[in-house]
Design a protein around this ligand. Structure first.
Ligand code: HDD
Length: 729
C-alpha cells in the first residue's frame, strides 16, 4: 500500500469542489425535531387522525396524506439498461500537460485536481439484481471540470455488440428477460439473446470478450475501462487527433471463477457494491490510470480496420497506450438515491478540446442519453439535480419545466436581446466557447453499412489467440454453459457456425459439450442487419485475417500480480488456536495491505491455547469461501481438531481449492487439508500432480509461511488446478 493511503483517515470525508457544493443540498437530522415537508413540527408520527379511538381515519389528516403520498411516489423508472450500479466520488489529476493535443483545461495542468463521480454497473439486470451476472460492466465517469461537465461513458470491454445505434433496441430486447414470462433475470443465457447474436456476425468480437472472464470481475476496482469509440482531441490551434480512452486499474485486472460467481450471487448479491464501499470506507482508495491512444488525422486510413467501427480495438502493439493521469475514488456517496441513482451521464457532455467522430454507434448515443433522462428523471431540469450540476455557473435562456430550481431574474429569456443588455453573451473560443471541429463531409445521404465495417472475425480471432490456456478454457466453458441454456437446437447450431469462423478448436470444443457437429466450411454467416433491398456495398467478399496474431494486453494473465492490497483472507480457527502463528501471519498479511477475517464455528470470540480472547468476524453460517481470496488454517491441537470435524470448514477448503485459490496451513493443521476432497480424490492418473499443489503452502515457520502465502495470493489464482476438472465442492 502506498504511503498516501496509510496517511488518510477514512473517517474524514475527502472533499472536492463538487462535494463542497453538494453540502449545500445535504441534510442531517441529528439533533433536530421532526417536521413535515413544509416545516410544521410533527407531534405524533405514530397515529393517524381518527374519529374517536377506534373510529375511521379523517381525510383532514394532512400529515398522514403527505407522508403516504410521498412514499407512493418514491420510485422512479430504473435505467432501461445499466439499472444495477454503484457510485463513488473522487478526483482526477493529469500527470503532465496534454495541451499539445487538446485544449481541454482539465488535461492542461498537473496541478489541477478535477472532481469526479463514477458509476459502475451491470447492463442487463434490474436494479435489485446480482452484481455477479456474466455481463458487460458500465464504467461511467463524470468529470466536473472548470469548463463544464465531461462524461466518459464507457464499459469494461473496449468494443461493442453492434456497429450502428439503430440496432441497440434490438440488442437490448434480445438480452433482457424474455417478454412473455420475464425470465431470466440478469443473464444472457437464453434463446432470444443467442438468436439475435447468431444472426449478427458483427457481434463476434464482443462475444469473445463477454464470454471471457472479463464479464465476471473480482471487483470493480480490478477491471479496465474503455471509452470504446474513437473520439477526437482538438488543440488550441484547431488541430485534431483521434483518441481512444482507457482506464487501467492499479490493482491489475482479475476475475472470479464462473462457479464462484454463481455462488456469490446467492451468498452476497451485493458483492461488488460492498467491495467498493468497504474499500473506500477503509481508506483503500481505488485507482486507475487514464490511458490514451492517439492517432494523427492523416493516419485515419492506415489500419486494416476502420477507426469508426466500434467493434474494433486499436491493438496496443500498433498504437501504444500513453498513461496521462490518475483517477482516485475517495468518498462514498451520502445517499444512494440522491447521488448514484439520479446521476445522469451523457456521452454528449463534452468540453472544448474533446469532440466526436462519425462512428454511427456514437452518433446514435448522442441522441439517446438526454432523451432517456427525460422519462427517468421526470423532465428537462435533471441537470439541476445536485449530483448533475456542473461546478461552474450555468447561464442560458432555457426556462421553466417540471421541478425547476433556479430562480432566473429579469425579463429577457431570449437572445438577442437589449432588455437584458444582451446577456448572457455567447463565449468566443478564446473565452472557452465550444467550437465543433470543422470536419469536411461531402457525401450523398444513404442508409448503408460501409464496406470497411464488414470484417467481423479477425479481431475476434486476435482476442481468442491472445488468451492464456486457462482463459481459453473459460471461454469454451462459458459458451458451453450459455448455449446449453438455449432451447433451440437451430440457434445452437448457428452459433457453432459463427464460432467456427473465429476458431476451429473453439467451435469443436463447444460442439463437443453440446454434442452437435461443427458446421463444415460454413458459409459466411448472413448479416441480417442489411436492408431489405441489399447493401449498396458488396457484402460477400470479406473474410479477413489480421496481420497481428496476438496482443499481450488482451490477456488478464499479463496484468499486475505483485500486490495483495485489499485482498480478503479467511482464517479458519476455533478454541485452542495457536495465537502465535495466527498473530504473526495476520500481521504479515495486514502489513501487506490484505484484510483478514477470522471465521469460527460460533460468533463473537474464540479462546486461544494461551487463553487469549480473539474476536471472530463470522461464523461458518454467515461466511463462505467464495467471499474470500485465500484461506489459512492456523495450528493449535484443539482448534485443528474442531475445524477438521466441522463439515462447513472442510467444505470451505474444498471450495477454495476448486476455485483455484491459495490455501495455507500450519504444519500442525495439515491434517485438516488431508480431510478435504482434493487431497483424497485427485485422480491418480492425472500426470502432473505438482500443478495441483501450487498455491498450497504448509509450514511450521510462521514468517516463511506468510512470505510464501503472500506471494501465492498476489498470483490471484492457480487456474492450472482446473486441469483434471470436476472437483465437486
Ligand atoms: Fe449506453 C446507459 C455505456 C451504447 C443508450 N450506457 C449507459 C451506461 C453506460 C453505458 C456505462 C450507464 C450510465 C450510468 O451509470 O448511468 N452504452 C455504453 C457504451 C456503449 C453504449 C460503452 C457502446 C459503446 N447506449 C449505447 C447505445 C445506446 C445507449 C448505442 C442507444 C442508442 N445507455 C443508453 C441509455 C442509457 C445508457 C438508454 C440507460 C440509462 C441512461 O442511459 O442514462 O440512454
Amino acid at each position: 500500500m502506498d504511503e498516501n493511503k496509510k496517511a488518510v483517515n477514512p473517517s474524514v470525508k475527502q472533499e472536492t469542489e463538487k462535494t463542497e457544493k453538494l453540502a449545500a443540498h445535504t441534510a442531517d437530522s441529528s439533533g433536530e425535531l421532526m417536521t413535515n415537508n413544509h416545516g410544521t413540527r410533527i407531534n405524533d408520527d405514530q397515529n393517524s387522525l381518527k374519529a374517536g379511538e377506534r373510529g375511521a381515519s379523517l381525510l383532514e389528516d394532512f400529515i398522514l396524506r403527505e407522508k403516504i403520498t410521498h412514499f407512493d411516489h418514491e420510485r422512479i423508472p430504473e435505467r432501461v439498461v445499466h439499472a444495477r450500479g454503484s457510485g463513488a466520488h473522487g478526483v482526477f489529476k493529469v500527470y503532465k500537460s496534454m495541451a499539445d493535443v487538446t485544449r481541454a483545461h482539465f488535461l492542461s495542468d498537473e496541478s489541477l485536481e478535477t472532481p469526479v463521480f463514477v458509476r459502475f454497473s451491470t447492463v442487463a439486470g434490474s436494479r435489485g439484481s446480482t452484481d455477479l451476472a456474466r455481463d458487460v460492466r458500465g464504467f461511467a465517469v463524470k468529470f466536473y471540470t472548470q469548463e463544464g461537465n465531461f462524461d466518459l461513458v464507457g464499459n469494461n470491454m473496449p468494443v461493442f455488440f453492434i456497429q450502428d445505434a439503430i440496432k441497440f433496441p434490438d440488442l437490448v430486447h434480445a438480452v433482457k428477460p424474455e417478454p412473455d414470462n420475464e425470465i431470466p433475470q440478469a443473464a444472457s443465457a437464453h434463446d432470444t439473446f443467442w438468436d439475435f447474436i447468431s444472426l449478427m456476425p458483427e457481434s463476434a468480437h464482443m462475444i469473445m470478450w463477454v464470454m471471457s472472464d472479463r464479464a465476471i470481475p473480482r471487483s470493480y476496482r480490478m477491471m479496465e475501462g474503455f471509452g470504446v469509440h474513437t473520439f477526437r482531441f482538438v488543440n488550441a490551434e484547431g488541430v485534431s487527433n483521434f483518441v481512444k480512452f482507457h482506464w487501467k486499474p492499479l490493482l491489475g485486472v482479475h476475475s472470479v471463477a464462473w462457479d464462484e460467481a454463481q455462488n456469490i450471487s446467492g451468498k452476497d448479491p451485493d458483492f461488488h457494491r460492498r467491495d467498493l464501499w468497504d474499500a473506500i470506507e477503509s481508506g483503500n482508495f481505488p485507482e486507475w490510470e487514464l490511458g490514451v491512444q492517439i492517432v494523427p488525422e492523416e493516419d485515419e486510413f492506415k489500419f486494416e480496420f476502420d477507426l469508426l467501427d466500434p467493434t474494433k480495438i486499436i491493438p496496443e502493439e500498433l498504437v501504444p497506450v500513453q498513461r496521462i493521469g490518475k483517477l482516485t475514488l475517495n468518498r462514498n456517496p451520502d445517499n444512494f438515491f440522491a447521488e448514484t441513482e439520479q446521476a445522469a451521464f451523457h456521452i454528449g457532455h463534452v468540453v472544448p478540446g474533446i469532440d466526436f467522430t462519425n462512428d454511427p454507434l456514437l452518433q446514435g448515443r448522442l441522441f439517446s442519453y438526454t432523451d432517456t433522462q427525460l422519462i427517468r428523471l421526470g423532465g428537462p431540469n435533471f441537470h439541476e439535480i445536485p449530483i448533475n450540476r456542473p461546478v461552474v455557473p450555468v447561464h442560458n435562456n432555457q426556462r421553466d419545466g417540471f421541478m425547476r430550481q433556479t430562480i432566473n431574474r429579469g425579463k429577457s429569456s431570449y437572445n438577442p436581446n437589449t432588455i437584458g443588455n444582451g446577456y448572457p453573451l455567447q463565449a468566443k473560443a478564446s473565452e472557452g466557447g465550444f467550437t465543433t471541429y470543422p470536419e469536411r463531409i461531402d457525401a450523398k445521404k444513404i442508409r448503408a453499412r460501409s464496406k470497411s465495417f464488414f470484417d467481423h472475425f479477425s479481431q475476434a480471432q486476435l482476442f481468442f489467440n491472445s488468451q492464456s490456456d486457462p482463459e481459453k478454457n473459460h471461454i469454451i466453458d462459458a459458451l458451453s454453459f450459455e448455449l446449453g441454456k438455449v432451447n433451440s437446437v437451430e440457434i445452437r447450431h448457428r452459433m457453432l457456425g459463427i464460432l467456427s469462423m473465429i476458431d476451429k478448436s473453439l467451435a469443436a470444443a463447444v460442439a463437443f459439450a453440446l454434442r452437435l457437429p461443427v458446421p463444415q466450411d460454413p458459409e459466411l454467416p448472413m448479416n441480417h442487419s442489411i436492408p431489405a433491398d441489399g447493401n449498396p456495398a458488396d457484402f460477400d467478399s470479406v473474410i479477413f485475417e489480421a496481420s497481428l496474431k496476438s496482443s499481450a494486453a488482451l490477456s488478464m494473465a499479463n496484468t499486475v500480480k505483485d500486490t495483495i492490497a485489499t485482498r480478503k483472507i479467511a482464517f479458519l480457527a476455533a478454541d485452542g488456536v495457536d495465537e502465535k502463528s495466527l498473530t504473526k501471519v495476520r500481521a504479515a498479511l495486514e502489513g501487506a495491505g490484505a484484510v483478514v477475517e477470522i471465521i469460527a464455528p460460533r460468533l463473537n470470540f474464540i479462546v486461544s491455547e494461551g487463553d487469549e480472547q480473539i474476536a471472530v468476524d463470522h461464523s461458518f453460517l454467515t461466511a463462505a469461501s467464495v467471499l474470500y481470496d485465500a484461506v489459512y488454517v492456523p495450528g493449535g491441537t484443539n482448534s485443528v481438531a474442531t475445524i477438521e470435524a466441522e463439515a462447513d470448514a472442510v467444505h470451505f477448503l474444498n471450495e477454495a481449492f476448486k476455485h483455484c485459490k491459495p490455501i495455507a496451513a500450519d504444519t500442525g493443521a495439515a491434517q485438516v487439508l488431508e480431510a478435504t476432497y482434493f487431497s483424497k480424490k485427485i485422480p491418480s492418473d492425472f500426470s502432473d500432480q505438482t500443478v495441483l499443489r501450487e498455491g498450497i503452502v504448509v509450514g511450521d515457520d510462521a514468517d516463511s509461511l506468510a512470505d510464501k502465502f503472500i506471494l501465492a495470493i498476489s498470483q490471484h489464482r492457480f487456474w492450472e488446478r482446473e486441469k483434471p476438472r470436476k472437483i465437486p465442492a
